[in-house]
Design a protein around this ligand. Structure first.
Ligand code: SAH
Ligand code: MG
Length: 222
């Protein structure tokens, strides 16, 4: 269980939602067995609904892992979508490439190999949706590099924002995670108070933030 939601409630939701089939199901099993932190089931259902409503044509993802979420996006949206996803772990990259090929989405999904800190500034074009799902202590940094690439009316989704509940309350914080937790709290404060975004923090999975971009950020960083 994810630690942030009452176990009974989460158990009920998980038993009720529809299980995936085919490759996505196989990837869930692989992720579970190999401790790969893919999106929680409730979050993947939320993402699917958001994708169907927003119909993004270009998506930027930070944190590809084995390609589960990218393949989920592509299979939800179909052939028109272009997904650029960043990953620095070589083993993950290898697995992701295999999986993307198996899924038949080589044309839709491009993996940028390396550290997002170094690669994100070089990503060109605009995006309808940006999914932050990588090192939790670096969200503000990633944000600063990508927010101008998000179109107005675009959606920024940040995953794992409650980090096993630690972000919500000091009682849950383990010592060596203190800095990450502090950084995540600062990031959430920022995206919630930022006047060019409308943000909603949602306590499902490991916590997910949805931020709708209303206008360009001013010349804050200019
Ligand atoms: N989005 C995936 C899960 C991503 S798990 C899914 O739901 O299916 C987070 C991944 O981010 C890990 O594979 C990790 O290697 C990668 N990562 C973390 N920090 C990164 C960084 N700074 N640059 C690139 N990749 C990073
Ligand atoms: Mg995640």
């Amino acid at each position: 269980m994810s630690n942030i939601v009452n176990d009974l409630v989460e158990g009920y939701i998980r038993n009720t939602l529809q299980d995936k089939s085919g490759l996505l199901r196989d990837l869930e099993v692989y992720a579970e067995e190999n401790n790969v932190p893919i999106v929680h089931k409730e979050v993947s259902d939320l993402l699917k609904v958001l994708l169907k409503v927003q119909k993004p044509k270009r998506i930027l993802e930070v944190g590809c892992a084995i390609g589960y979420s990218s393949i989920l996006f592509a299979s939800t949206l179909g052939e028109d979508v272009e997904i650029i996803t960043v990953e620095r772990n070589e083993k993950m990259i290898e697995k992701a490439k295999e999986n993307i090929k198996l899924a038949g989405f080589e044309k839709n999904i491009t993996i940028l190999e390396g550290d997002a800190e170094e690669l994100l500034n070089g990503v060109s074009g605009e995006f309808d949706m940006i999914f932050l799902d990588a090192a939790k202590g670096q969200y503000q940094l990633f944000y600063d590099m990508v927010i101008d690439k998000l179109k107005i009316d675009g959606l920024l989704i940040s995953d794992n924002i409650l980090y096993k509940g630690m972000v919500a309350h000091d009682d849950f914080v383990i010592r060596r995670k203190k800095t990450i937790v502090k950084r995540m709290r600062n990031y959430l404060d920022y995206i919630c108070k930022c006047d060019y975004l409308d943000t909603s923090l949602i306590p499902i999975g490991d916590g997910v933030a949805l931020s709708y971009k209303k206008e360009e950020r001013g010349d804050i960083n200019a």
